[in-house]
Ligand binder design. Structure first.
Ligand code: ZN
Length: 236
C-alpha cells in the first residue's frame, strides 16, 4: 500500500505521525512524507533563505530516519498557505506522485492557519487526484485514496477515533524529531519547551487512552466513495 502523510510545516509529521510512519514502513508499506511550507520564518536570527534551506535539509534527514520513500517539498511560504488553484494543483500532484492509496492530513479543526489550510487542500486533493482532465506533472490515479486526519499539536480540539500503537517505534520517532535541530532550539527559546518532553507526554497520553505505552491518534472523516484501503494498525 502507498501512504502519503501531508504536513503543513517541517516537523509536524515527525511530532504527530512519526511512529505511524515507522510502523507502516516496517510492515512493508511505501510511505511518502510531504511538507507544504518551507519553514522560512522559523528563525530568530537567520534570513528566510538560510533557514528555509536548513529546514529542508533537516526534513530530508528526518524522512530518511523514518524510512520514508521520499520527501515531497511543496515549498510554500511558512504562515502563508492558502487554498488557491496553484496550491491545490501542488497537493494533487503530491498525492499522484505518491500513487497514494491513503492520505493522512491535518485535522481541519486545528488551531494553526497553515494546518487548517493544509487539511483542506489535502482533503480536496483526494477526489481531484483521480480526475484525468485535471492535469499536473504526474498522471491521475485510478481511484481516489482513503483519507484520515492526524492528531493536532498537544491534542487540542481532537477526539480520537483510532489509535496506532507506536511503542516499538517511539525511540525512532524521537530520533526523527531531533533531526529538526533548528526548530528544537528555537521552540525552546520562545516557548521554554523541550520537544522530546512534549512528544513523550503527548504519545503517552494517547497510549493511556488506548491501552498501550505510546500511541498516535487519528480520525476518518465522512466522504464518498470508499475504496476499503485502511491505515494499518488502527485500534479503536
Ligand atoms: Zn505546524
Amino acid at each position: 500500500m502507498n501512504i502519503i502523510f501531508i504536513g503543513a510545516h517541517p516537523d509536524d509529521l515527525e511530532i504527530l505521525c512519526g511512529g505511524t510512519v515507522a510502523a507502516c514502513v516496517a510492515q512493508g508499506h511505501t510511505v511518502w512524507m510531504a511538507t507544504a511550507t518551507n519553514g522560512n520564518v522559523g528563525s530568530p536570527t537567520l534570513s528566510k533563505a538560510a533557514i528555509g534551506t536548513i529546514r529542508r535539509t533537516e526534513a530530508e534527514a528526518a524522512a530518511k530516519c523514518l524510512g520514508a520513500a521520499g520527501l515531497i517539498w511543496m515549498d510554500e511560504n511558512d504562515e502563508f498557505l492558502f487554498d488557491d488553484e496553484r496550491t491545490r494543483l501542488k497537493f494533487v500532484d503530491a498525492v499522484r506522485q505518491a500513487h497514494a492509496d491513503v492520505i493522512v492530513a491535518h485535522n481541519p479543526n486545528d488551531y494553526h492557519p497553515d494546518h487548517v489550510a493544509s487539511s483542506k487542500l489535502a482533503s480536496d486533493a483526494r477526489i481531484l487526484s483521480a480526475v484525468r482532465l485535471i492535469e499536473t506533472t504526474h498522471t491521475h490515479l485510478p481511484k481516489s485514496p482513503e483519507l484520515y486526519y492526524m492528531d493536532s499539536i498537544a491534542g487540542l480540539r481532537f477526539e480520537p477515533q483510532y489509535f496506532v500503537d507506536i511503542t516499538p517505534y517511539f525511540a525512532l520517532k524521537q530520533q526523527a524529531a531531533q533531526c529538526h535541530a533548528s526548530q528544537n532550539a528555537w521552540l525552546k527559546s520562545i516557548f521554554n519547551t523541550e520537544l522530546t518532553d512534549h512528544i513523550k507526554v503527548h504519545s503517552a497520553f494517547r497510549g493511556l487512552q488506548s491501552g498501550v505505552q505510546y500511541a498516535e491518534a487519528y480520525v476518518q472523516p465522512s466522504y464518498w466513495p470508499k475504496t476499503g484501503a485502511g491505515l494499518p494498525f488502527l485500534r479503536r
